[in-house]
Design a protein. Structure first.
Length: 80
C-alpha cells in the first residue's frame, strides 16, 4: 500500500504549463482537475488510515482516480 499522494504536478511534470492554461480557459477541465484532487485526497486519507474503509471501497476510489487521470491525460494529448 502506498502512502504517497498522486499529485498532478508529480503525475504530469512536463505538462504543468498546459494544465494551468487549460484550468484557466476550460471550465470542464478545471472541474476534472478538482474532481481528481478530491478523489486523490480521499484515497490518501484511506491509505494512511485516517479514514478506515473496506479494501473494496479503497479499490473503487483508486479506479475512479485512475479514470480521472486518464481523462486528464486525454485532454492534454489533444493539445500536443
Amino acid at each position: 500500500m502506498s502512502n504517497t499522494p498522486h499529485e498532478l504536478h508529480e503525475e504530469f511534470p512536463q505538462d504543468l504549463d498546459r494544465i494551468h492554461a487549460l484550468k484557466i480557459h476550460d471550465q470542464a477541465f478545471a472541474a476534472l482537475l478538482e474532481g481528481y484532487n478530491e478523489v486523490n485526497r480521499t484515497v490518501h486519507r484511506m491509505e494512511t488510515d485516517i479514514e478506515t474503509v473496506a479494501d473494496n471501497v479503497l479499490e473503487g476510489f483508486k479506479k475512479q482516480r485512475l479514470d480521472l487521470k486518464d481523462r486528464i491525460a486525454a485532454a492534454l494529448a489533444k493539445l500536443a
